[in-house]
Design a protein around this ligand. Structure first.
Ligand SMILES: [Zn+2]
Ligand SMILES: [Zn+2]
Length: 405
């Protein structure tokens, strides 16, 4: 049996136990920074494996530390899983469906937690590596800044990591497929609110008003020209005005005083982000002058782009090819305009984020849908990726490595 085969066989033998844990987490979903039961379950499981456990790193985060026994090495790797659920009411009718109304694991973070526990179980049993593996169980990935909270509480100073890796299940890739990219994986996500302040009046007497609805219509159209006319065609960006609040739908003859718009901007580079912010401000100022009203732009940077380090994206692709064959690996995956807060960790340390195919998109089981469920069959594949990435990385010799084993 090849080493890859025996790794997968052993991980498949863990599946009944790990699947049980995954479904238990699924039945008890917890929102960001409220992952108390999930964190306790993770910590207990790691302790049973005789792994050193640190709790409350970034409020509800957990870090497991496992030192290899094959000699002394300063090399270290961080493997990260997210643990939080979403405020969505589950509609799957699965036997282990959410027991909490209005909360569910609709992004598969229960599965990511299970994959990392399976990885820990395997490596705890096979400690014959040189260096340290940090199992990072992150809270609050869904927009609440759990990664940054862990970093702020000393994640990388208390648990030094030379490199970091994370995965996300991907319903539009078939089970067993791995997708990665040597550069951008996910976009920076920003939000904006625009307040257009005119002067309300009678719908029959627009000449006595300053109509913010007409100004907003021009503004929305003008904002669309930023990507179409200003951003370089070989760069990628999105400017979306997603909501608009204007007047009262029952008041057909009332011009309102104020219109509020909000939306999102997605980019992959600081340069394009700065360009879009500047053009948005110019357009807001220009439309305000044109229509003689005030327009205020409030722009918030939320998540940076998730950019892989080419060398470690290549390690992911090589590991996936070794495990599953070249035909199961897309090493040049098209990036997503979605965002991921692992980006905060990738700004601190080199590493890579990759996609673990799990299928289900054709049946509508897409991320953040009330009918979504993580596919337990891919737990061994995800864990095999983490195990081999760790073993491959730690086996690389550098001048800082002193191998006495
Ligand atoms: Zn999500
Ligand atoms: Zn997610």
């Amino acid at each position: 049996m090849t080493p890859q085969k025996s790794l997968l066989t052993e991980l498949y033998s863990l599946l009944p136990e790990i699947q049980g844990i995954r479904q238990r987490i699924h039945a008890h979903p917890e929102l960001g920074f409220q992952e108390l039961a999930t964190a306790a379950l993770v910590a207990d499981y790691l302790r049973q494996l005789d792994i050193e456990v640190h709790e409350q790193v970034g409020k509800t985060g957990v870090v497991g530390v496992l030192k290899g026994t094959a000699g002394i090495s300063a090399r270290s790797i961080g493997l990260r899983a997210d643990m939080d659920a979403l405020p969505i009411h589950e509609q799957t009718q699965l036997p282990y469906q959410s027991t909490i109304a209005g909360q569910m694991h609709a992004c598969g973070h229960d599965g990511h937690t299970a994959v990392l526990l399976a990885t820990a179980a395997y490596l705890a049993k096979h400690r014959d590596f040189a260096g340290t593996v940090h199992f990072i169980f992150q809270p609050a990935e869904e927009g609440l800044g759990g990664a940054q909270a862990m970093i702020d509480e000393g994640l990388f100073t208390r648990f030094p990591c030379d490199v970091i890796f994370a995965l996300h299940n991907w319903p539009s890739l078939p089970p067993g497929h791995i997708g990665v990219n040597p550069g951008p994986m996910m976009a920076a996500a920003d939000s904006f609110t625009v307040t257009v302040k005119g002067h309300g009046g009678h719908g029959a007497h627009p000449y006595l008003s300053k109509d913010p609805v007409v100004a907003s219509a021009q503004l929305i159209t003008a904002l669309q020209t930023i990507v179409a006319r200003n951003v370089h065609p070989f760069e990628s960006a999105v400017v979306t005005v997603s909501a608009m609040q204007a007047g009262n739908i029952q008041a057909f003859s009332v011009i309102p005083d104020v219109v509020i718009l909000c939306g999102t901007v997605r980019t992959f580079s600081d340069k394009v982000q700065a360009q879009i912010m500047q053009r948005m401000q110019q357009i807001c100022d220009g439309i305000a002058a044109t229509f003689d009203m005030t327009i205020q732009l409030d722009y918030q940077k939320l998540f940076p782009a998730t950019i892989n380090t080419p060398e470690y994206a290549e390690l992911v692709a090589r590991t996936a090819t070794e495990l599953f064959g070249a035909d199961q690996v897309d090493a040049n995956l098209i990036p997503s305009m979605g965002a991921e807060d692992f980006s905060f960790m990738l700004r601190q340390r080199p590493g890579a984020y990759f996609r673990l195919g799990q299928g289900g998109a054709e049946q509508g089981r897409v991320l953040h849908n009330a009918n979504f469920d993580f596919n337990d069959a891919v737990i061994p594949q995800g864990a095999a990726m983490f195990v081999r990435i760790a073993q491959n990385f730690l086996a690389q010799t550098t001048t800082t490595t002193l191998n006495l084993g």
